[in-house]
Design a protein around this ligand. Structure first.
Ligand SMILES: CC(C)(COP(=O)(O)OP(=O)(O)OC[C@H]1O[C@@H](n2cnc3c(N)ncnc32)[C@H](O)[C@@H]1OP(=O)(O)O)[C@@H](O)C(=O)NCCC(=O)NCCS
Length: 150
């Protein structure tokens, strides 16, 4: 692996981001119901979206929402989506993206970063716990709310 970099989502990366692949069985974990519901009212001005490059190759995508006015505390500083290309999973790309997100949240004066995910075989739970998220609750749809205090 070369040097990992984080860049803004742009016309030159968006096609590759949309084509990031998943391993079989991972599709069902991509978008918990809570995100779909909240997404209908998400303000583009509060969204933070970044692409992970390995040298010049797109290997991952991470997005978050920073909105101190969000009704639920866990949506005020929240990892919205993280996706590492199937061929590049297990090499530290996801950990790198989360570290950068935490940096961003700190810079914005946030006190926590949350994530919402569905527990289950083949899902991202082990990854989120490994990079420091601790389960703190459940959404009304039964998804796990996990948090890193900054
Ligand atoms: C979840 C995901 C982003 C992880 O990215 P990744 O680049 O493979 O993760 P990393 O290589 O940075 O792993 C970081 C740590 O988590 C651990 N980890 C990652 N996936 C794991 C798994 N499925 N089971 C157990 N541990 C796991 C790694 O072993 C590593 O531990 P270490 O640093 O202590 O050695 C990636 O698997 C993915 O894109 N999944 C599909 C999309 C998805 O479910 N996204 C989350 C919902 S939005």
């Amino acid at each position: 692996m070369g040097e990992l970099r984080l860049v803004e989502l742009s016309a030159s990366t968006i096609v590759a981001v949309n084509n990031l692949s998943l391993k079989p069985g991972q599709e069902q974990f991509l978008a918990p119901i809570s995100y779909a519901v909240a997404g209908t009212v998400a303000n583009p001005a509060t969204a933070w979206q970044r692409v992970v490059l390995d040298d010049d190759q797109v290997v991952g995508f991470v997005s978050a929402n920073f909105d101190v006015d969000a009704p639920q505390d866990y949506f005020r500083s929240v990892l919205w989506r993280i996706n590492v290309d199937a061929d590049d999973q297990g090499r530290g790309v996801g950990r790198f993206a989360v570290a950068k997100l935490l940096e961003e949240a700190r810079d914005r004066g946030m006190e926590h970063v949350d994530v919402i995910y569905e527990a289950g075989e083949g899902g991202p739970q082990a990854f989120f716990e490994r990079v420091g998220f601790t389960p703190v609750g459940e959404t009304e749809y039964g998804e796990v709310i996990a948090e890193i205090r900054l």
